[in-house]
Design a protein around this ligand. Structure first.
Ligand SMILES: *Cc1c(COP(=O)(O)O)cnc(C)c1O
Length: 484
């Protein structure tokens, strides 16, 4: 690039074109303060906005100029456009009335860690390219084993270990790739492999299977019980039928907290079926996994000590800014076997010594940012005590809402209210339930999404935004009461 640094001699010459267009550290400091102020003001006043913006498709683009800027623009204009363009077109996931899907929490320490990660701009594909990035990540993930009471085999000090991925979807894909490699190393062919999960499993498994080169008919979605948890007998039956037909069971995914209703598959009963068939047991605790910071919510992890891999998302319910998905393996060898490549330009003495972790072998992309800073900052800001406090508070608020719904003759729970999720419907059927759902969202004060359970329309109230307090759930209940 033809932009030499401005130095003492060149400044005096006052060229028509500045010698550098870069933001100087002093300019960064000044605008950085303004941006942080903007973010703090946004969060302090977030309740003023409707949770979901009232924009039509294409409207946000119509507020932008058709061509990119030729001349540098004042940074103040860019900040002003956050209020003009971004805010009116934003769905406010941090709004206290956000009860849709599952939460995607951020937090002060998470935001600040993201700034530091961007400031360092370091790449952690190899230990060598980011020793602190790598070792903080390994260490914090070992802390997470303590924090959630996870099985010892997931610690990096044994054969296993943890890695931070961008999403649970990526982690599940990696588990599947490792399982596929292991099965094929034992002599199976790709077209013989079969993958299993419950009919309520997250769609990321289906997508992962497609990426891994499996046909749709190589995925079995097995039956669930009345509480929407996987039926082990159905799994065992499907596995036996496939084996009898010469197919090779490759992986089963059990879910701790399904996306529709937070149903928990019986991992302890799935594990022996997986072991007998020689298949990989992957456990998806994307949302509910965070609840295990509280010892009283650890029974959902029964059997996890027999799993080959586990994923949960601190970016959902553990106040860690997206993206931060913790992926643990009991044995890192098959994962590395599946994902390791070594071109000449990445060869280095540290890797060859075998004494370091090169996280590029634990994920699909090569490059990786310093995500562990977010988790490190969050764990140190809240302490385990703070995390337990807020998770317990969300659970308490959700259970209080569930009790109110259960006591109302117009409404009923559509599934047991687990942790912080309340699935409910109108007793008069799908039409009135759907009407109630749309009326709630039309207020602009709350945002809820729906699912289908036992083939009936169900509204989901997920209580998990970090800004949600008692008064917000009370207000949600008043709206339900008024509009039912
Ligand atoms: C949200 C969710 C996922 C997907 O999470 P991403 O990190 O967005 O890929 C997977 N499984 C379950 C059970 C989920 O709730």
């Amino acid at each position: 690039m033809g932009c030499p640094q401005a130095g003492p001699d060149t400044v005096a010459a006052m060229p028509e074109t500045p010698m550098s267009f870069h933001m100087t550290p002093e300019e960064l400091r000044r605008w950085g303060h303004e941006v942080v102020d903007w973010v703090a003001d946004y969060l302090a006043t977030i309740e003023q906005h409707p949770v979901v913006p009232g924009v039509e498709p294409g409207e946000v683009r119509s507020w932008l100029p058709p061509a990119p800027p030729e001349k540098p623009e004042p940074f103040g204009d860019v900040i002003a456009d956050l209020d003009r363009v971004v805010i009116p077109g934003t769905t406010h996931w941090q709004h206290p009335g956000f009860h849709a899907f599952f939460p995607a929490n951020t937090s002060g320490p998470g935001i600040l860690a993201d700034i530091v990660s961007s400031g360092l701009g370091t790449q952690g594909m190899l230990w060598q390219t980011g020793p602190a990035l790598t070792e903080v990540e390994t260490h914090v993930l070992d802390w997470v084993v303590d924090l959630l009471g996870l099985p010892e085999r997931f610690r990096s000090t044994g054969d296993g270990g943890g890695v931070i991925q961008d999403s649970a979807s990526s982690a599940t894909l990696c588990a599947l790739l490792a399982a596929r490699e292991r099965a094929m190393a034992r002599g199976a062919t790709l077209d013989q492999l079969v993958v299993y999960a419950s009919a309520h499993a997250h769609s990321s498994l289906e997508k992962g299977a497609r990426v891994a080169g499996l046909r749709p008919d190589q995925l079995r979605l097995v039956d669930v019980d009345d509480d929407f948890a996987l039926r082990p007998e159905a799994l065992a039956g499907a596995v036996a039928a496939d084996q009898a037909a010469g197919r090779v069971p490759c992986l089963v995914m059990a879910t701790i907290g399904t996306t529709s209703s937070l149903a928990v598959d019986p991992v302890a009963e799935v594990a022996p079926i997986a072991e007998d068939a020689g298949m990989w047991l992957h456990v998806d605790g994307a949302m509910a996994g965070s609840a295990a910071v509280c010892p009283e919510h650890r029974d959902q992890q029964a059997g996890l000590e027999r799993a080959d891999s586990y994923v949960f998302n601190p970016h959902k319910w553990l106040f860690t800014t997206f993206d931060c998905s913790c992926f643990f393996v009991a044995d890192r060898a098959p994962l590395i076997q599946a994902l390791s490549i070594l071109p000449e330009y990445l060869r280095n003495a540290a890797s060859e010594s075998g004494a370091v972790i090169d996280y590029r072998d634990w994920q699909v992309p090569l490059g990786r940012r310093f995500r562990a800073l977010k988790l490190w900052f969050v764990l140190r800001w809240y302490g385990a005590e703070g995390l337990r406090h807020h998770v317990r508070e969300h659970v308490r608020l959700a259970q209080e809402l569930a009790a109110r719904i259960e006591a109302d003759p117009r409404l009923e729970l559509a599934a047991p209210a687990r942790l912080n999720l309340v699935c409910f419907r109108h007793v008069d059927g799908d039409g009135p339930t759907e009407a109630l759902h749309h009326a709630l969202n039309a207020t602009g004060r709350v945002y809820l999404t729906h699912t289908r359970l036992a083939d009936r329309y169900v509204v989901r109230a997920s209580i998990g935004a970090w800004t949600t307090e008692q008064r917000h759930v009370d207000a949600l209940w008043r709206l339900v009461d008024e509009l039912a």
